[in-house]
Design a protein around this ligand. Structure first.
Ligand code: ADP
Ligand code: MG
Length: 355
């Protein structure tokens, strides 16, 4: 009998809208951290220090030495769709920063307790503020929510506490803090590899040993050695190829035919963004299959630069995947070059072992 009586359509409340959006962008602590790392790099930082507790669920803190945030912008900082990086939709075709949607801090503020301390070069002190649901909130009940002056160095420190405290189903979905911490180390490791001239450190709160530590002046090879191992760093071939026709450049370090592991390690960057691509992974694995023992897989660090107007970075809420033109042609060009390099090294090695 109710079949002809549809439920009426209603607008969701802003609070519900914001929480749903936040849950799409921040699925796990590592996604919050990715946004924070990218913001710090966007701010021109040369040093990033990361601290995590309970796999980032209890605490995520990132301290950078970038340009800081203007005190008068602090009220807007966590509002949804407020950004210093994008003005028009067309700017998206030439975007040179990681961020552009002004959604990250807003999202985090809806599902965690967020504290920001920041100092710009021309401010005589640092400013500290707390956020909830997109807005400044008082530190203690009854106090003003306005940013308060405090001591601090130039740069920004962002503290995220009790992630998903108000999304209990999501909070309960995390079985192990160490699994989440492993994802955090993986992410920090990727950016620490790729961002040359930037120092990175990452550790668990309360522990003295660093999970990751690279100085600003470390070379890419040093970074691979520190973050992964000497075993892999010693077996890498430098890799480079480009094509004007397909509008791309690729460079990186790839393991030679003497090195193989159980699972492919693909550290892929497209226009400096850490992304995933099952198409690239599959093609590279097929290429290596001719050179490696059965079941063996390579280590690949690959940085692709594609003309920005041919790349769409806005296809996924977490920006994990990007679309680009001439994907097949670009992958083929890369795999041809991989094959050529492996072939060269392979013959010299065979020669050496025979002699
Ligand atoms: P987006 O990065 O897309 O602009 P965010 O929500 O991540 O959106 O950040 C909003 C704004 O806050 C940024 O545009 C930037 O101006 C400022 N901001 C965020 N993090 C930092 C930081 N670590 N240092 C300096 N400015 C920052
Ligand atoms: Mg951002």
């Amino acid at each position: 009998p109710t079949i002809n009586a549809p439920r009426r359509i209603q607008a969701l409340s802003q609070d519900v809208v914001n929480k749903i959006a936040a849950g799409e962008i921040i699925v796990a602590p590592v996604h919050a951290l990715k946004e924070l790392v990218e913001n710090a790099v966007d701010a021109g930082s040369t040093s990033l220090e990361i601290l995590a507790k309970d796999g980032g669920l209890k605490l995520l803190q990132i301290t950078d030495n970038g340009h800081g945030i203007h005190k008068d912008d602090m009220a807007l900082l966590c509002e949804r769709f407020t950004t210093s990086k994008l003005k028009t939709f067309d700017d998206l075709t030439s975007i040179g920063t990681y961020g552009f949607r002004g959604e990250a801090l807003a999202s985090i503020s809806h599902i965690a307790h967020l504290t920001v301390t920041t100092k710009t070069q021309d401010s005589s002190c640092a400013w500290k503020a707390q956020y909830g649901d997109g807005k400044l909130v008082p530190t203690k009940p009854g106090q003003s929510a306005e940013p308060k002056p405090t001591a601090g160095r130039q740069g920004t420190q962002i503290t995220v506490e009790d992630l998903f405290y108000n999304v209990p189903t999501r909070r309960r979905a995390f079985r192990s803090a160490s699994e989440e911490y492993a994802k955090i180390l993986d992410l920090v490791g990727r950016y620490a590899m790729h961002c040359s001239n930037v120092a990175f450190s990452c550790k668990k709160a309360g522990e003295s040993t660093l999970g990751i530590s690279v100085p600003a002046n470390a070379t890419t090879l040093d970074r691979i050695r520190q973050i992964h191992s000497s075993a892999v760093a010693n077996e890498l071939i430098e890799f480079q190829t480009e094509s004007d026709r397909w509008g791309f450049k690729a460079e990186g370090h790839i393991s030679n035919a003497n090195y193989s592991v159980k699972r492919t390690m693909l550290l892929l960057f497209i226009n400096h963004r850490s992304v995933e691509s099952s198409a690239i992974k599959k093609a590279i694995e097929q290429t290596y299959a001719q050179f490696l023992p059965k079941g063996g897989h390579p280590f690949i660090y690959l940085s692709l630069e594609i003309e920005p107007h041919r790349v769409d970075v806005n296809v996924h809420p977490t920006k994990r995947e990007v679309n680009f033109l001439y994907e097949d042609e670009i992958i083929e060009t890369i795999c041809d070059e991989v094959r050529a390099r492996l072939g060269k090294v392979d013959t010299s090695r065979t020669f050496m072992t025979q002699s």
